[in-house]
Design a protein around this ligand. Structure first.
Ligand SMILES: Cc1cc2nc3c(=O)[nH]c(=O)nc-3n(C[C@H](O)[C@H](O)[C@H](O)COP(=O)(O)OP(=O)(O)OC[C@H]3O[C@@H](n4cnc5c(N)ncnc54)[C@H](O)[C@@H]3O)c2cc1C
Length: 375
């Protein structure tokens, strides 16, 4: 069979794209090395934060708001619980660029963000202990996406609209022809009119097969769950959070369904080869997270468990969402730099627009790959 579009990598971005293509009536093939959602790439660990007043830059806000709308649609169409409105508390010193961008995004887009002095934060959430020079910016409408449900939801709907998903099949080769593409897996060959490459931490390797050398760096990250008193840290009252501290940039989630307080560190991490066995969560990882908790959430209990995961960083930590410079039937979504999940609904839609219409109705000019390609 010849497909209208082939998607290599059916994870966060690819699965959403599969849904939007199939819904548009395109014959769609998704191929993945594993069986998404899975715990081998960048989308496991149950939860991802979604926030709209964006510390990483105002240009992300319209996309975050559109993503939210699409997540609501996904929840309605599948009947799944996709989003929990816990609110998100962004913490830092008032002069921090991240906090300044949260506040300017909130002002420009009239987002409900309440600025709180440290004492007010510590009073409202007795599980927190902010130092006096910090402020909290609490966005009430933001919260938590259940990432496994999101990918399962798009998978179900994509299949309902006729998409074919080939799992546990790694793409080993890609050939681009003038108006078509061929991909090869162990023992199989598939052909299509158009291609999307959305391969997460493996994107650098796959993109080199289509003549692109992009600065994409897979990084080992970890997160962990700690036992806590539910009255202090449970989802009923406690928000998701991001903390820019002198020691590092940490983020986390309230204890949802009694699983424990989840914490991770956004900055730092080791460069890795995504094919090498990942070092499991160890004492150093625990020590780092525990130091953060001891200072800012001192009433936490013992570690329950921790896991490794992967970011794919670009040098400026902004995404790459673009058409191939020499082949307008090839679209690329890569380098989500540890903050892409919340956007995956809208990125899926954008990828389908790029291939079907040659352009997107959303402003993706900040994400062009040209910024990394030297003439
Ligand atoms: C610890 C951690 C915490 C995070 N927290 C947040 C957060 O709170 N909020 C947020 O918005 N974002 C967050 N992120 C970032 C977000 O999860 C990622 O940006 C996003 O999941 C990346 O999506 P992706 O589609 O690029 O990669 P993935 O979801 O990993 O999908 C890539 C897929 O490609 C497949 N693939 C790769 N190579 C091949 C091949 N050769 N053939 C076939 N298939 C292939 C893989 O198997 C995989 O399924 C976090 C990430 C991590 C690791």
């Amino acid at each position: 069979m010849h497909y209208d579009v082939i998607i290599v990598g059916a994870g966060s971005m690819g699965m959403a794209a599969g849904y939007f293509f199939a819904k548009s009536g395109k014959t769609t093939l998704l191929v993945d090395s594993f069986n998404p959602p899975h715990d081998k790439g960048s989308h496991h660990g149950d939860t991802r934060i979604i926030r709209y007043a964006y510390g990483e830059g105002e240009e992300y806000v319209p996309l975050a708001l559109k993503a939210k709308e699409l997540w609501n649609d996904l929840a309605k169409e599948t009947g799944k619980e996709i989003f929990l409105q816990t609110g998100v508390l962004n913490v830092g010193v008032a002069e921090s660029e991240f906090i300044k961008s949260v506040l300017s995004s909130a002002e420009k887009f009239a987002l409900p963000v309440h600025v709180m002095e440290s004492a007010e934060v510590n009073r409202k959430w007795p599980g927190m202990s902010l130092s006096s020079d910090m402020i909290g910016c609490f966005e009430t409408t933001s919260g938590v996406l259940k990432c496994g449900e999101c990918i399962e939801g798009y998978r179900e709907l994509a299949e309902l609209h006729g998409a074919t998903i080939v799992t546990n099949s790694r793409v080993l080769d890609i050939e681009i022809h003038e108006n078509s593409v061929t991909i090869k897996t162990e023992g199989n060959k598939y052909e299509g009119d158009a291609l999307v490459v959305s391969a997460g931490a493996w994107a650098g390797n796959l993109l080199s097969m289509v003549g692109l050398k992009l600065p994409l760096e897979p990084i080992r990250k970890t997160f962990a769950w700690f036992d806590v008193d539910e009255t202090l840290y449970g989802q009923q009252d406690f928000p998701a959070f991001s903390f820019e501290t002198p020691e590092g940039f940490y983020y986390g989630f309230p204890s949802i369904d009694n699983v424990g307080l989840k914490v991770g560190r956004h900055d730092g991490g080791e460069k890795i080869n995504p094919d090498d066995p990942r070092r499991t969560f160890d004492e150093d990882d625990e020590g780092d997270l525990r130091r953060f908790l001891q200072q800012y959430m001192p009433h936490h209990g013992p570690l329950k468990y921790g896991e490794p995961c992967m970011y794919t960083l670009t040098p400026d930590e902004d995404f790459i969402i673009d058409l191939h410079p020499n082949h307008s039937h090839v679209a690329i979504a890569a380098g989500f730099s540890g903050h892409g999940f919340k956007f995956s609904s809208v990125v899926g839609k954008i990828l389908s627009e790029l291939i079907i219409e040659g352009k997107s109705e959303h402003d993706i000019s900040p994400f062009k790959m040209g910024r990394f390609i030297k003439n």
